[in-house]
Design a protein around this ligand. Sequence first.
Ligand code: SAH
Length: 195
Amino acid sequence: DAGAQRDRAVSAQEWLHKWAEGKTGFHQEQGHPLLRKYLDVLLNGRSGLRIFFPLCGKAVEMKWLADMGHHVVGAEISEQALREFFSEQGLPYREEPVPGIPGAKVLQSTSGNISLYCCSIYDLSSAVVGKFDGVWDRGALVAVNPCDRQRYASLMISLMEKNSSYLLVTVIYDPNKHKGPPFYVPESEIRSLFG
Ligand code: SAH
C-alpha cells in the first residue's frame, strides 16, 4: 500500500528547482553498483545496442555505456542537468531543436553516441526517439507521479524492441514512515504495470 504518498505529486517546476538549488542527493557520482552487477543482464552478450535512460538526470552510467560502444538516449526536463552531464564528463556537444516537439531540444555529443532530449518524457514517442534494446530505469519509475504511472509504463513498453531488457531499480521501505525516494512502488504494481 502506497499509503500517504498516493495522492502526492512533484511538479516539473519543483524538479527544476531541485536542480537549481543543488538538491540532487539522488545523483550518484560513482555510478550505480546495481548497473555494474546486472550489466550482463542488460546487454545479454549483445554489442552496439540502443539504450534508453528515462528521467536521466546527469547519470554517469550514460558515459559508461557509450564508452562500451552503445548508443545512449536520455530524457530529462532539466536543461541544467544535461549541461552539467556533458561538462562534468568532459564531452563536447551540440544542441538542436526537435522536429515535432515545440520547445524541446536535443543535446548530442559531438561523437554522436549520446543524445539527451530536454523535454518531458511524455512528449516522446518511438517516432521521435526510435526503439531500444535496453532500458536503465533508476530514479525514473520511482520519480514518476503515481497518477502518471500507467502512462509512463505504456510509453516505455512502446519504446522497447522485441528482445529488449529493462533493468528497474526500486526501493523497499514503509511509505507511511518515509517520504521517498519520491514514491514507493510496490512489487505488485510493477507486475501489473509491466505484465
Ligand atoms: N535517473 C537519474 C535521475 C533521477 S531523479 C539518476 O539516477 O540520477 C529524477 C529526474 O527526473 C530528475 O532529474 C527530474 O528533473 C527528472 N524528471 C522529472 N519529471 C520528468 C519528466 N516528466 N520528463 C523528464 N524528466 C523528468
